[in-house]
Ligand binder design. Sequence first.
Ligand code: CUA
Length: 172
Amino acid sequence: MHIHKFERFWIGLSFVLIAGFIATVVIGFTTFDLKVIGKNKTIDPTKLAETTFAKPGVRKVERNGNTEYDVYVVARQFLFQPGTGNPITIPANERITFHITSPDVIHGFEVVGTNLNTMVIPGEIAKFTTIFPEPKTYGILCNEYCGAAHHAMEGKIEVVPKSQFNESMLVQ
Ligand code: CUA
C-alpha cells in the first residue's frame, strides 16, 4: 500500500499532537500541582441545611496539635456566603482550609492575584489548603458562567494580622 508523503506527514503530526496533549495533563498534575477537586467527597446539594454548610464561615480547629482554620463557603446564584457583603476574615500566616460547595449550578471560586482557583460543583466539596503570608484584601470572582448575574458574583477575603484576629470573627 502506498501512502502519500503528505498523508504520512499529517499522520505523524497527529501522533505528535496526541503525545503533546497527554504530556500536558501529566506535567500539569506532576509539576504544577493541579488537583482534581472533590475527590470522593460528595454532598446532597438539596440538603446543605443539614451539614456544616448550614452555618458557613470561619472555624478554628485543632489538627495534629496545631491550631488551623476551616472556612466553609456556599457559592450560590449570585453570591458567596460569606464573602459577598461581609468579607471572609482570616488571620495571616495560619493554615487555612477552604471547603466550598454549591446548592444550585456550577460556580467558580478564584482568589484574584493568586493561583487559588477552583470550580464549585453542586454535589461536591471543593477543598484546598493555603497560607496567606501577610495581611491583605483579596477579591473573589466567580469564573464559571452561572446565570444572568454571573458577572456581578464577587466577594472579598480580608487577611488580618494574627494579633487582630479574634473569636468574634469565627462562626458562632
Ligand atoms: Cu457564579 Cu458565575
